[in-house]
Ligand binder design. Structure first.
Ligand code: IDC
Length: 474
């Protein structure tokens, strides 16, 4: 009998130890959850949920909390897998944020709906351990009732601070063939594009975007959300959430955010028409009140006529306008956004049959080692008829690799400066390809701007975009 008791005691200890070391119930003796309602409207709200691990490093986490009111429902979450059963909300880490060092944080959030009150949730646990840290500010009362304790957001009138690109220029609009600021004066935005979010999200974090805004002085972040190649189509809610999160990170730093529906293969954007409508309805509704958002509805149509692209645009643009009437929308062009040139056509097919919508621009892309004088000539001609935005370009060949072509890149950027055409460089990432601005592996560190981490392309582009903007203010 005594032996049996001893055996049971050993088993119990072993089970306890297993529980302690399994990632789900690991030894995190402490955690904090910051829950902040960042926006609230009639029947709906948005909240940021930040998990801080105050215990030992963990290699996986699941957050749970309870919604106090029966009418409170999670609609869509981001940066984690969200589910709700009755009052209990379960938030499971995703691959790229499941490891949390001591003091490490994971930023997630969700949009929700509510019917009665919208009290703040309770009983936060991470891997079953109660999080006793602060759970954030009291929830503001629904608008339009003025809130006694409004949750501060950087959205208001001065996003990211008064000296920033968004702080100075405010809501953009197309005037004539130019992109104009709130004073109706032409502006040129110069910045960077992410790589595919499905592959390089580790390069887009608070530290790297601080560097991009302050050190690179980038005016914009293009958010390249691939639709295929393990992108949006595999997890619409997850990718929508990631895009929204990056819009917020850009906004908080006073940068414009170009939401790129990165279609590439197949080349006919109509293949993704239904997805585009769903995606843009959602991001446009969610970001309608922001001044920093620009929509790019199809990255690079290819193997498809201008008529088919125009038809796609005329179906997607009204969906955006219904939710966000005043934002600039950019339409991709034939032949990988070459204004048709790569297909043996030219800008005249667009001039002769423009998209039937206001406040829009047309995308032009180039890769400096592949696209030279005849493409520059097309842009020079087109620029006096069409509002153009170079939403993507590389300093290298169209494969994204090969040698950097400094002379052609310089000729291109000088031309764009002269014409006041905005641009975003491919890519602000550490991909192992010469178009990447950061050296392979460097996104795991905390330096995103010094010469030690920049590639040849990164150094050239940073030197070009970090010069003073001199945006007109009257
Ligand atoms: C390339 C990436 C490469 C990736 C490939 C996948 O650099 O790492 O494997 O896409 O599709 C474009 C496209 C852009 C390309 C880029 C370079 O918009 O997605 O990225 N490029 O080839 N158009 C012209 C060049």
């Amino acid at each position: 009998m005594r032996r049996l008791i001893a055996l049971l005691a050993i088993c119990a200890t072993a089970l306890g130890l297993m529980a302690l070391f399994s990632p789900e119930a690991s030894a995190a003796p402490g955690c904090r959850v910051d829950y902040t309602v960042t926006n609230q409207w009639s029947g709906g709200f948005q909240a940021g949920v930040k998990v801080t691990n105050l215990g030992d490093p963990i290699s996986g986490w699941t957050l749970r909390f309870a919604m106090p009111d029966a009418g409170q429902k999670v609609v869509q979450g981001w940066n984690a897998t969200w589910s709700q059963s009755g009052p209990t909300v379960t938030v499971a880490a995703v691959d790229w944020n499941r490891t949390l060092a001591t003091g490490g944080t994971a930023d997630t959030g969700f949009t929700g709906s509510f019917t009665g009150a919208n009290p703040k949730p309770a009983a936060f646990t991470v891997n079953g351990v109660a999080c006793t840290g602060s759970v954030g500010e009291p929830t503001p009362t629904p608008t339009p009732t003025p809130s006694p304790t409004p949750t501060p957001t950087p959205t208001a009138s001065d996003p990211g601070g008064s000296g920033t690109p968004v702080g100075i220029n405010g809501q953009l609009q197309v005037c004539g063939v130019h992109l104009c600021n709130q004073y109706n004066r032409p502006v040129q935005l110069r910045g960077m594009s992410t790589h595919g979010l499905q592959w390089f999200s580790q390069c887009n974090n608070a530290t790297s975007l601080d560097a991009l805004a302050k050190d690179w002085k980038s005016d914009l972040l293009r958010i390249a959300m691939y639709v295929q190649e393990n992108g949006y189509e595999t997890d619409p809610a997850g990718f929508t959430g990631r895009v929204n999160n990056l819009v917020d990170l850009a906004e908080a730093r006073g940068m414009y955010a170009l939401i790129d529906f990165h279609t590439l293969t197949p080349g006919d954007p109509n293949y993704n028409l239904a997805r585009a409508k769903t995606f843009f309805a959602s991001v446009a509704a969610r970001n309608a009140n922001k001044k920093n958002v620009i929509y790019e509805i199809a990255n690079e149509p290819n193997g498809v006529s201008w008529a088919a692209i125009k038809s796609y645009a005329e179906q997607v643009i009204p969906v955006i306008r219904a939710a966000d009437p005043d934002a600039v929308v950019i339409v991709g062009t034939r032949g990988w956004s070459s204004l048709g040139v790569s297909d043996g056509s030219s800008e005249s097919e667009i001039i002769n049959a423009p998209v039937n919508a206001a406040n829009i621009m047309y995308a032009f892309h180039f890769y400096a080692a592949s696209h030279k004088d005849n493409y520059r000539a097309a842009v020079s001609r087109a620029a006096s008829h069409l509002p153009l935005f170079v939403t993507e370009f590389g300093t290298v060949s169209a494969s994204g690799g090969g040698a950097m072509d400094r002379a052609s890149t310089t000729a291109w950027l000088d031309l764009l400066d002269q014409l006041d055409i905005s641009y975003a460089n491919w890519t602000f990432s550490d991909a192992s390809e010469s178009s990447a601005a950061l050296r392979p592996g460097t996104c795991g560190g905390s330096d995103y701007g010094s010469s030690g981490v920049l590639t040849e392309s990164g150094a050239l582009i940073k030197s070009r975009i970090s010069t003073a903007d001199n945006f007109p203010t009257s």
